[in-house]
Design a protein around this ligand. Structure first.
Ligand code: ZN
Length: 375
């Protein structure tokens, strides 16, 4: 008997809402996963992340294998215990970050050898090692190991990279084995070329995964091209399995992707923006560094129920951002994550009510109206 389940409770157009059930807890979909790169969602306590409404976090294999190390993490009881988060965790495979962060990479059919960006030490990642590391971390949702071509790339290079990733996907499936209570997701690659995306989706369906991710987007191709890929890729994946759009995105990216049938998201944007004085609100992005907020006694968003908006003025947020106080990162990250989770809750409720089109129109109208006029 399986200890994991994906249940679709309602549909609206291509969008779906439901639950992904794992032994460590239930994930309401469409879901947003805050990014806890180095075993912490920066500037947030785990209980605070949960209070924003997050059901699951993302951890980064590349960072954790380098520091503190997967074997050490396992000796300390695994990632959940280490970072004091007892709900589900999804880990990426390390593939994307090896390509984007590591020095002196050597890529072969077998895997990737690279030097750590932390201390220059030499490491190796392969489908088998990535599966082992994610098992040592104790990840609930494990991602297949894939390769991401450096952009810009020719279609030939994208095709060759995708086919290598599909061979690695089969090796990941084999190495993952049978682990009740844990899920393995395959990753569709193929750039912005429909034939390559469909070839990749077919290869993954042939191998068989517990869920399917769409990778290689939000890497500079622009929203129109991304939505173009999302117009056909989700439909090439099994309907009864969760679909995860990796590394996306801005609030309007998420709304558009949900309308195209995506169930799960992760992005550093809400937490990273929170550390640079940027707030993401229903009225769009607000830069708290701007002098217009210096004497503004109003909350960031009068309709937001987060601790930042119920307890602090724009003037205070402006002050602590300008002064470089740690609480600025804490307050803005909390608000941003709360906003993202409210957005996901709104999307879920709209799909359940068959009102997603109206929800998306209201979402666009509020953003178009822009921030509150100055006091
Ligand atoms: Zn707020």
């Amino acid at each position: 008997m399986s200890t994991t389940a994906f249940h679709i409770a309602a549909r609206d157009g291509r969008a779906r809402t439901g639950t992904l059930t794992l032994p460590r807890g239930e994930i309401r979909t469409p879901a947003f996963m805050p990014v806890g790169t180095a075993a912490t969602v920066k500037a947030m306590l785990p209980g605070s992340v949960r209070a924003t409404g997050a059901d699951i976090l993302l951890g980064n294999t590349y960072h954790l294998m380098l520091r503190p190390g997967a074997e050490r993490m396992a000796r300390l009881g695994g990632l959940h215990r280490f970072m004091n988060w007892d709900r589900p965790i999804l880990t990426d495979s390390g593939g994307f970050q090896v390509m984007s962060l590591a020095d002196l990479r050597k890529l072969t059919e077998e895997g990737v050898t690279f030097k750590s960006h932390v201390d220059g030490s030499t490491h190796h990642l392969s489908p088998e090692r990535s599966m082992e590391i994610q098992r040592l971390l104790g990840s609930d949702i494990v991602m297949a190991f894939d390769e991401c071509p450096a952009l810009p790339a020719t279609e030939e290079a994208v095709a060759a990279s995708m086919r290598l990733s599909m061979r690695w996907a089969a090796r990941s499936r084999e190495a993952f084995g049978d682990r009740p209570g844990h899920m393995l997701f395959g990753i569709v690659q193929g750039g912005v070329t429909r034939e390559l995306r469909e070839e990749s989706a077919a290869a993954l369906r042939g191998i068989g995964f517990d869920g399917y991710a769409i990778g290689g987007l939000a890497v500079g191709e622009g929203q129109e091209a991304m939505f173009g890929v999302l117009d056909y890729t989700p439909g090439a994946l099994p309907d009864d399995r969760p679909r995860y759009l990796m590394g996306v995105g801005k609030p309007d990216d998420i709304v558009g992707a949900v309308q195209r049938g995506v169930d799960m998201f992760d992005c550093v944007l809400p937490s990273r923006s929170g550390r640079t004085g940027q707030a993401l609100t229903r009225r769009g992005q607000v830069n708290l560094r701007n002098a217009r907020h210096a004497e503004d006694p109003r909350p960031l968003d009068p309709d937001c129920t987060c601790p930042t908006c119920t307890g602090y003025s724009r003037a205070y947020l402006h002050h602590v951002v300008k002064a470089g106080e740690i609480i600025a990162s804490m307050l803005l990250t909390w608000h941003n994550l709360h906003y993202y989770q409210e957005l996901m809750a709104g999307l879920r409720a709209a799909i359940a009510a068959g009102r997603l089109t109206e929800f998306a129109a209201a979402f666009d109208a509020e953003r178009l109206a822009g921030d509150l006029p100055p006091v």
